[in-house]
Design a protein around this ligand. Sequence first.
Ligand code: ATP
Ligand code: MG
Length: 336
Amino acid sequence: MNYERASGLMQVLLNHYGLREQPFAMTSDPKFLYLGSGHRESLASLVYSIAAGRGFVALVAETGMGKTTLLFNLLRQLQGYAETAFLFQTQFNPREFMQYLLIELGHKMANQDLVLAYDDFNKNLVRNARAGKKTVIVIDEAQNLDIPVLETVRLLSNFETPKNKLLHIVMAGQPRLADKLSDPSLVQLRQRISVIAHLSPLSPEETCSYIAHRLRVAGYEGVPLFAPGALAMIAAHSKGIPRNINNLCFAALSIAYALGKRTVDPNIVDEAAADFDLSRVGSQQCAESYPSAEAVEFAGTYLRAFKAAMGEAAQSRGPASNGVPNEIAMGDWATV
Ligand SMILES: Nc1ncnc2c1ncn2[C@@H]1O[C@H](COP(=O)(O)OP(=O)(O)OP(=O)(O)O)[C@@H](O)[C@H]1O
Ligand SMILES: [Mg+2]
């Protein structure tokens, strides 16, 4: 299949479900941000730390949990209040790091010399401070930074006046970042980090709300696309990791479409999950069947919980009522 045909098919799929755009894309588009309790708390703690001048903060979570998506939202919120630099390429030495940083801060010709680069950086900070603006450096994928670069990041904190924090640094990364920061050689940096935010997997309830939210943002209006049992299976197979949820939902919708079904049922989710089972295609085929007995039991438990909750919600169905934007009340599960 060529690219043109593939995009044509994608469009057919979107039209079939009445979607304006792909609801489960792999991009970290902040427009789709869903704030479950953990994501909401972490975002709030990042925003608050910057507003309160806490200096260094870190965001640590497993891959696919939504760090980059959250950072993009943070950058949006800072527009107009701060000059921001978003760094995500992390394979460089201290000099390259400073150059990259200066370029991100709008210096056309970033200084080659490290000392001069620090000087340029300092002038930039002072200029922003005089204009009443914060300077915020957001470093994504920080788990890949080498120790000397982390030490350079630490040195940036010297650009402070006794009274004001001129500079705020947010470092986001996978758990390896936490391991690195525990290295005895980085004790000075570690001590400067005032907040370490964490993202935990979405609960099964949040998984349902997340799916509903993404479908709504993508323009879906209509009858439920995912049967309750299918939602339970997605929660179980994805383990509440948003990237896994996206993968499963998109694969399941594609399979449902191919089978001429409007609704995704649990069998379809199983089939979609099997497509992501690398052990089936690896050189050593895994003897264990998929889903594992554990996953099925997990799904079964949540399926029963969903049904019970939906039974209650159906009886007392009223407006979505938890008062939290981006959240969906329990009663809305049935309309995912
Ligand atoms: N809270 C959320 N709301 C909406 N979508 C989310 C959320 N969290 C994650 N996603 C989606 O899941 C996918 C993975 O998210 P993201 O790229 O932000 O993860 P990450 O933690 O940065 O992963 P990695 O460590 O691999 O870089 C993206 O498609 C993103 O849109
Ligand atoms: Mg990321």
